[in-house]
Design a protein around this ligand. Structure first.
Ligand code: ADP
Ligand code: MG
Ligand code: MG
Length: 873
């Protein structure tokens, strides 16, 4: 028989799939001997059972719930039902395998009713007892019936206004009258509040189960790639009361700073408060350091438990606690969410503290977040001149400029129009998630460093300034007032999430890459990794960036761009449209001079690192004008009749350019261009080697589908290169000629191609196009619909299609290696830099990946992780 419920004593930290993260950690802490109020966890499987067939609750679960409650009554010596003198109240808390902050709600003080609240009032005070009861009525209404919480707040405010008293000063009768109104609100929504504790509990459990499928939970899961079939666990736990008196309180603390990683407690607490008062932004919480003054003993205890938890989990913890009459309880712990910066610092610090190994540290940093560390900051000079608008809390680092919008809805609309927006709100709530995702930055006037906006922004790596009290944000009439500045929707501001400052207008940004901590981690990564990381680069600037970001060489230098400069394109056009040998020679000579110079500088820039140069790939018509006016101008420059030119250009147009006259096909029909390129490469290499630099040219032929293509191109290239060495009267330099593998046929005959090639490089962009038959330039027209219908769950041009394209690659590698076990095989498409695809490349035996320079750091880390994971298997 399946067991649906586990007491905290029965679970373990490893049981997250079954007990949810919260439940598993509550169990672990209980077994560590930490002060955790007793309770039990209803498994995630129960949730899925219930969602599949609600009758499961009556038939299977209910009885176990009753047993667990009886057990809890025994453990606590209190009673959940009836009007006994010792009342057991519980919280009902959701908790899935992966933490989904704020996604599913918690009900506190469950077990109170009209009678029991009176008992509680007699034992404590009416103020306390009714405070608890009101919270219960409000949370229960929200979670179980979807009655908006604000309606209760409004009612309370109305009562306070009428009686001219604060709620704390209400008489017993006034408290009761207010409760009556709360219940009236239920009736207005055609609902009622169950007086039986057990009925309350059943309803709450079912509501938490159902909340797994609420839209904001679904959105969150989609955003974070969390499967939809996991379900949430439900934790039922004896209440402790942070709202008992001034010796009580509640708080949320990170054991290290989640924005910077600094090893110091970071968090907030509120005295005489319950539950989420701290994060709700209703009262302004105090920094955790202040607890040392107000409740020194509890603070000491907290330090002790925080240290135990960090040692135990070997990671920074995000801890929720409550103090009841001076006694500390730990209500939750989990590995804290953090910025990329903090995640790096914490990983390195934990190695230093000998809590984790270097390998473990490498696994702790997500490659996808690495780019946040080399992302923009404001240009120093421009910043000096910028007009400061306001200063808030530096909640999530980064720098961004954008137009202000006041609702998540507008953020989405403006984003879809291609605008860069900054979401400005009093505070954010889970409903705002989709708008937050598309915003460049988030600004709030309320809430602290652990407010919803701050936590979510840090998780997403979005820049955020929270709790900027100087700002008056009026969401209804879309204005932001700060002193005498009034801004309306669309106004440009700049936000610095690292300093908490907000500026008027736009400030340019620059990339920072002198991050020494990152360099240290990546140096460990290079030691561990089997796959090398090269870069795709051809401009001098990109080559420099590639070297700075630690590329081990250039995996793909495209030569197309060399034909596009002002003067060059004219020569290229002259060449393509030449009518005789003379014209051809003249154009080639000019192009040769340009390219020789280019290659000279490129080889010089990358020094002793290898560089693979790919010969011309695109079809000729891409270099020609289409516009009649431009054709006329070109005709004048080339001294040719415009009509003949127009006709010639017309002839060069292709019906299906992607499958047309391009790549090695051009090399075969017009060998002069490839020869010219080879000549430019070798002349510059010869020059550099005479100057003392060792250059080993690697030439790559694109779009090979057939062995004889490669033989033919190679044949004339080798002859030409030999001639160059003879002319220069030098010993031949070592060089290599390899091929792109970017057609399905090339994969299938890889053994034959390997006979001719010194190296392979998978061109995964074309290979994906050709395998799927999807044009990369047109996939945008249907990928959205495909994703909506779950036909494709990812874009195969961004992440390798391992089941299709990947299998072709696997065949190619194994065929080639049978013939040449040492053959270097690279990947130089966009997916080469995709951290999710890198483990697959490692697995099939690829030698190196090559990607855009700014993706190199993340790829280096991903390569190290892939090797560690493979070795651990
Ligand atoms: P979330 O998943 O949103 O963090 P929790 O289940 O952690 O929700 O509940 C939110 C807050 O409610 C907790 O941080 C804690 O302050 C309060 N809470 C939950 N259970 C109890 C309890 N048994 N006693 C006192 N407070 C509780
Ligand atoms: Mg919550
Ligand atoms: Mg919590």
């Amino acid at each position: 028989m399946t067991k649906w419920i586990y007491s905290f004593e029965e679970g373990h930290a490893d049981d997250k799939a079954m007990l949810g993260g919260k439940g598993a950690n509550l169990a672990e802490m209980t077994n560590l001997g930490l002060p955790v109020p007793p309770g039990f966890t209803i498994t995630t499987q129960s949730c899925m059972q219930y969602l599949a067939a609600p009758s499961f609750f009556e038939s299977d679960l209910k009885e176990e719930v009753l047993k667990a409650v009886a057990d809890l009554e025994k453990k606590s010596g209190k009673f959940f039902s009836g009007n006994e003198s010792s009342l057991l109240l519980v919280s009902v808390r959701s908790g899935a395998k992966f933490s989904m902050p704020g996604m599913m709600d918690t009900i506190l003080n469950l077990g109170l009713n009209d009678l029991r609240v009176q008992t509680l009032a007699e034992q404590t005070s009416p103020d306390f007892a009714y405070n608890c009861y009101r919270r219960l009525l409000q949370m229960f209404a929200d979670v179980v019936y979807g009655i908006p919480k604000e309606q209760f707040d409004e009612l309370l405010a109305f009562f306070e206004k009428n009686s001219k008293k604060k709620v704390q000063e209400f008489s017993l009768e006034e408290h009761q009258a207010l409760i009556d109104q709360y219940k009236q609100l239920y009736r207005e929504h055609y609902q009622s509040f169950p007086q039986s504790s057990k009925e309350q509990l059943y309803a709450a459990i079912k509501a938490v189960f159902k909340s797994w499928n609420n839209p904001r939970a679904e959105v969150y899961r989609n955003l974070n790639d969390i499967p939809h079939d996991l379900g949430t666990a439900v934790n039922v736990q004896a209440m402790v009361f942070g709202n008992s008196d001034q010796e009580s309180g509640t708080g949320v603390v990170f054991t290290r700073n989640p924005a910077t990683g600094e090893n110091r407690l970071f968090g907030e607490f509120l005295l005489n408060a319950q539950g989420e008062d701290v994060v709700a932004g209703i009262r302004t919480p105090e920094p955790i350091a202040a607890l040392q003054k107000s409740l020194p003993d509890a603070y000491e205890d907290f330090l002790k438990y925080a240290a135990i938890l960090e040692k135990h989990y070997k990671d920074m913890q995000d801890i929720e606690f409550t103090i009841e009459k001076g006694k500390l309880y730990i209500l939750q712990t989990r590995n804290g969410k953090r910025t990329a910066k903090a995640s790096l610092k914490i990983a390195l610090d934990l190695v230093e503290e000998e809590l984790i190994s270097q390998q473990e540290a490498l696994l702790r940093v997500a490659p996808a977040t690495i780019n946040q560390l080399i992302h923009p900051v404001f240009e120093e000079e421009a910043l000096g001149q910028a007009a400061l608008l306001a200063q808030g809390l530096p909640a999530s680092p980064g720098a961004a400029t954008g137009e202000i919008v006041f609702t998540a809805e507008r953020a989405k609309e403006c984003h879809s129009l291609g605008k860069k927006v900054i979401l400005v709100r009093q505070e954010t709530s889970p409903e705002d998630i989709e708008g937050m995702v598309v915003s460049q930055a988030i600004v709030t006037s309320h809430g602290g460093m652990t407010s919803h906006a701050a936590v979510v922004a840090r998780g997403m790596g979005t820049c955020c300034v929270a709790g900027c009290g100087e700002l008056t944000i009026q969401e209804e009439n879309k204005t932001l007032v700060c002193g005498n500045v009034v801004l309306t929707e669309g106004a440009l501001i700049s936000v610095d999430g690292s300093s908490g400052r907000i500026y008027l207008g736009e400030i340019p940004t620059v990339l920072v890459e002198n991050n020494q901590e990152l360099q240290l981690l990546l140096s460990w990564a290079d030691e561990v990794a089997a796959l090398k990381v090269r870069a795709n680069a051809e401009t001098i600037q990109d080559l420099k960036t590639a070297v700075r970001f630690g590329a081990k060489g250039i995996g793909l230098a495209r030569t197309e761009h060399m034909f596009f400069g002002q003067e060059r394109i004219l020569e290229m056009r002259r060449l393509i449209l030449a009518d005789n040998e003379l014209e051809t020679r003249a154009a080639l000579k000019k192009l040769l001079a340009f390219q020789e110079d280019d290659f000279y500088q490129m080889f010089q820039t990358i020094g002793d690192k290898p560089m693979i140069v790919r010969l011309l790939d695109p079809p000729m018509h891409e270099f020609l004008p289409k516009d009649p006016l431009e054709i006329e101008q070109l005709a004048a420059k080339l001294r040719k009749p415009p009509e003949t030119l127009a006709r010639k250009i017309e002839q060069l147009q292709e019906t299906n350019p992607m499958l047309g006259h391009r790549g090695c096909r051009l090399g075969i029909t017009q060998p002069d261009i490839y020869k010219m390129q080879a000549e430019a490469i070798f002349k510059s290499a010869i020059r550099l080697s005479q100057e003392g630099l060792t250059v080993k040219p690697e030439i790559m032929i694109p779009l090979i589908a057939e062995k004889r293509e490669l033989e033919a191109v190679k044949h004339f290239l080798v002859q030409h290169i030999d001639k160059l060495f003879r002319q220069a009267r030098i010993q031949p330099l070592p060089y290599e000629i390899g091929t792109m593998i970017e057609l399905p046929r090339a994969c299938l005959i890889a053994d034959q191609l390997a006979q001719e090639a010194d190296f392979f490089s998978f061109g995964t962009n074309d290979l994906t196009q050709m395998t799927y038959g999807f044009s990369r330039d047109d996939i945008g027209k249907f990928i959205g619909a495909y994703k909506d219908r779950d036909i494709l769950t990812f874009d195969p041009f961004q992440s390798l299609d391992q089941t299709g394209v990947g299998q072709l690659m696997k065949i190619a590698v194994s065929k080639a290696r049978q013939l040449k076990p040492q053959l270097p095989i690279g990947v130089c498409g966009e997916v080469g830099g995709d951290p999710a695809s890198i483990p697959f490349f490692q697995e099939i035996g690829v030698t190196y990946v090559s990607c855009s320079p700014y993706r190199v750091p993340a790829a280096r880390l991903a390569a190290a992780q892939a090797n560690i994971q493979q070795e651990r298997q």
